[in-house]
Design a protein. Structure first.
Length: 285
């Protein structure tokens, strides 16, 4: 008897090793896998601008990484005694304007240097819904607790996402012709949008990615299906019943390892994992 549907083994025409550089941008998959890769001493840069959810904001930081002059005054705002960026997560806000700009400028430089030598770029879409700051007609990465009356919510359609990322992929390849781009869709449900609306949003993301992948230089990793179809049980969710729980994250890591790592890389990763456990072990007093 079978009590769950398991995904067939995933196959990609490449493997990830400790010699590679890996950049992750976007929603929770980028955070979780980024943490796993960082803890296991890979050459990784995960969400250097903070967690980003919608395709427009992810596209914006890629374009600004390649050309930092695109980060204009339009994206900077002063609210609640802090300088904030509509292109960044709230962690980049600062009371001091000079420090705020210096921090962001340095991050553009660091990320561009990393993107130029990146072997694998993972882009995770979280939602097709965006918030437009009405005062400036600007799609934002984060509302920074500014009153919601100042924003308009809308959903991207498939054609908009495809057109946007055809341009983005071209720009990335001009900077780094050899990089492989792997798209994913976050399995986190955005139920604040509504149950049906969340399904429409995820469907738009999947259909757009289908048009963007050629399985030669652009690919899809089924993070969404692993949680929604394979695990498919609330015991694998966190308390909010929307985000993956610890067991689901560990399972996702296992599939990631078995999909992308060679035997040599797996063995080295296991050794590092053992060292981490030893270093983090605190003897009982």
């Amino acid at each position: 008897m079978k009590f769950r549907t398991e995904l067939p083994p995933l196959k990609f025409p490449f493997q990830i090793s400790y010699q590679n550089h890996i950049l992750l941008l976007g929603s929770c998959f980028s955070d979780n896998i980024g943490t796993f890769l960082t803890n296991n001493h890979f050459n990784v840069l995960s969400n250097p601008f903070g967690t980003l959810f919608n395709p427009v904001s992810i596209a914006n930081v890629i374009k600004m990484t390649i050309d930092p002059t695109l980060f204009t005054e339009q994206y900077r705002y002063f609210f609640d005694n802090r300088h904030v960026s509509f292109a960044h997560h709230g962690s980049f806000s600062h009371q001091n304007e000079n420090q705020f700009i210096t921090q962001i400028t340095q991050q553009w430089h660091n990320t561009k240097s990393f993107l130029e030598k990146t072997d694998f770029l993972f882009i995770t879409f979280g939602t097709a819904y965006c918030y437009r700051f009405l005062e400036r007609d600007l799609v934002v990465a984060n509302c920074h607790k500014i009153p919601n009356t100042k924003f308009e919510k809308f959903r991207l359609n498939i054609e908009e996402i495809v057109q946007m990322y055809q341009e983005i992929v071209q720009k990335i390849r001009q900077l780094n012709p050899s990089v492989k781009i792997i798209f994913t869709v976050s399995p986190v449900r955005h139920l604040g949008d509504g149950f049906h609306e969340n399904q429409l949003s995820k469907s738009a993301l999947h259909l757009a990615i289908e048009q963007l992948t050629d399985n030669k230089t652009t690919f899809y990793f089924p993070a969404y299906e692993i949680l929604m179809d394979d695990l498919r049980d609330y015991r694998f969710y966190a308390e909010d019943l929307c985000h993956p729980g610890e067991n689901a994250i560990r399972y996702m890591e296992e599939i990631f390892v078995n999909t992308f790592f060679s035997q040599e890389t797996k063995e080295k990763q296991k050794e590092i994992e053992k060292e981490n456990k030893f270093l983090n072990h605190r003897p009982l007093k």
